[in-house]
Design a protein around this ligand. Structure first.
Ligand code: IMP
Ligand code: MG
Length: 184
């Protein structure tokens, strides 16, 4: 038995389904930004990294990528604290650019509201949001999402960028966490 299997209740989205949808999102984004001269994808670290790397390969419009690291959780916590901070800022000026934020999951909305406000203050020419997963049942702050990979129920998930106490981001699928095993 592999170490992750102990925590896996079920596979929610398998690798094929993920990759198929990501290719579709890439096509949608390529069509929408057809005329863009300066598209910049901003990956929210660390959770968004797998999604960014796969998504960028399906976008046919020339674009750049950059990374923004934010944190909102205390170590080991599975609830947003509501206090978000920037751990690592962008290397790129975004003023006057078409910016697309690439995130793993939107839960309460606190993290993305903060990120969007910080980005808007820098005056991009457009700002949109792409998330792989959306958990609408847990939303506390309403934010408009332009591209959604999958809507999921209120379950704690891991894999494909999402961590379980910093581990298992490398799994190629999205799994539901068996919460009973976590408390052992
Ligand atoms: P929010 O601020 O509550 O929207 O939380 C967003 C962040 O919480 C995401 O970027 C994830 O890092 C983390 N998160 C939310 N739900 C989950 C989950 O089910 N598994 C792993 N991380 C999650
Ligand atoms: Mg995250």
């Amino acid at each position: 038995m592999l170490p992750y299997q102990k925590y896996l209740q079920e596979i929610l989205i398998d690798e094929d389904t993920l990759q198929h949808r990501i290719a579709e999102l890439g096509r949608l984004i390529s069509a929408d930004y057809y005329n863009s001269q300066n598209l910049l994808l901003i990956c929210i670290l660390k959770g968004g990294v797998m999604f960014l790397v796969d998504l960028t390969r399906h976008i046919t419009v020339p674009h750049e990528i950059d990374f923004l690291a934010v944190s909102s959780y205390g170590k080991g916590a599975r609830e947003s604290t509501g206090k978000v901070r920037i751990d690592m800022d962008l290397n790129t000026e975004i003023t006057g650019r078409d910016v697309l934020i690439v995130e793993d999951i939107i839960d309460s909305g606190e993290t993305l509201r903060f990120v969007m406000d910080v980005m808007l203050a820098r005056r991009p020419s457009s700002l949109r949001l792409c998330t792989l997963l959306n958990k609408p049942s847990r939303r506390r702050i309403d934010i408009p999402i332009d591209y959604i990979g999958f809507e999921i129920e209120n379950k704690f998930v891991f894999g494909y960028g999402l961590d379980l106490d910093e581990r298992f981001r490398n799994l190629p699928f999205i799994g539901v966490v068996n919460l009973e095993m976590l408390n052992e």
